[in-house]
Design a protein around this ligand. Sequence first.
Ligand code: FAD
Length: 450
Amino acid sequence: MKVIVVGSSHGGYETVRGILAAHPETEIQWYEKGDFISFLSCGMQLYLEGVVKDVNTVRYATAEGMRAQGVHVFVRQEIASVDANAHTVTVKNLVDNTTRTESYDKLVLSAGAVPFTLPVPGNDLKNIYAMRGRDWAKKLKLKTVDPDLQNVVVIGGGYIGVEAAEVFAKAGKHVTLIDMIPRVLGLYLDEEFTDTLTDTMKANNIYPATGQAIKQFNGKDGAVTSVVTDQGEYPAELVIQAAGIKANTDWLKDTLKLDDHGLIEINDYLETSAPDVYAVGDATLVPFAPTGGHSRIALATNARRQGRIAAKNVLGDKTKMPAVSGASALSVFDYHFASVGVKAGTADGLGINTQSVFVTDTVQPPFVTEDAGNVPVYFKLTYAPEDGRILGGQIMSKRDVTANINAISLAIQGHMTLDDLAYADFFFQPGFDRPWNIINVAAQQALLNK
Ligand SMILES: Cc1cc2nc3c(=O)[nH]c(=O)nc-3n(C[C@H](O)[C@H](O)[C@H](O)COP(=O)(O)OP(=O)(O)OC[C@H]3O[C@@H](n4cnc5c(N)ncnc54)[C@H](O)[C@@H]3O)c2cc1C
């Protein structure tokens, strides 16, 4: 069997890996239009902050390594179109500008997404960057050490925007973080958490300008000088656009069914509208466990899970994509947070009723002092008012207690309720936590409130 895999990031890599692991004799052609396979944007912040020194190591696989395992790797070769009836693709070689046709038995698309460009005057000025992929990583790295750069505006207060803002604040720049929604990280965390994080950002040279819409970019001699919103003008010698992504699917619109956002329509088995064509990753929706519907959750975790399922199905299985809950985590200076599922702040948009309980505690028993690391932990548990089914959780502390959110993710996936969590057995060791884990405490409190 001959399988063609398009895209070398998370979804593409996992598909290739999955096929190789189960059936190494499969003929796999793996295409990447960029000049580098398997760059991981997830590692960009670590690279930009100097924790990881070499941009070329931020990857899962090398072309040579995969070729040694029998995979036919094609770099700087773009799949320009798909003829689903003929089971062929047109390959454009971007080095010599030639094209050729390749046949496939199965085709897996992990073409991902590109950063959204704001459609406002001045968006073609120089020094308006994005934070995705190796090329931008290299350009941004140069800016972190540019002594002439003083003012950075980051557009988008999601986790990518916050990562970018932190990189440049740590590099000594004045950073303005603009978002349309009223709170930075508002899609990930409720107010009890974002208030603290916003104060932390301000104390570290990041100035949130939220609830504002971008109107235009001003420039001089072709380079950006400021960003104008409906409420103010912010100086900027560098702008980083992190205001969402656009599915990289324009080239597929005559071949596959796409939704209104350009996302590829897939079924539970990751099959597209064309026979033997599968799609995974940021250009698709994922089944969302808390609601039972489908959501757009652009995470590597989802792309990897889909890649694994696509590999199985390409090889003849009929495995359904399991529902996910969108667990994610981030550090903002000395705070670590994680969240999963539904928040009080996102429930209305999803059309569901929720109740939440917010609890604070210290990480360890009271006899351990704060000097010894016994800092506060903040936790919010969100559940269905009618039956106490767990729908989401958020946690934050200066100690890294984020892994608790993985337990909430399991609780969502397993349809657990407050009763299940109230007395669930979690370990106690005074060096780590308290006899009642914060999840127990929150569930017990929620049961009292009911
Ligand atoms: C800064 C940043 C930090 C992130 N951090 C995290 C994190 O910590 N945890 C997490 O879970 N997620 C994180 N993500 C999200 C994660 O990176 C994405 O969800 C993931 O990369 C999606 O993978 P993908 O395979 O769908 O596509 P993409 O990563 O978008 O890659 C698609 C690839 O396909 C190639 N391609 C596209 N079209 C063609 C074509 N026609 N022919 C050939 N090649 C093509 C592209 O060049 C690209 O290399 C982060 C993202 C960013 C930008």
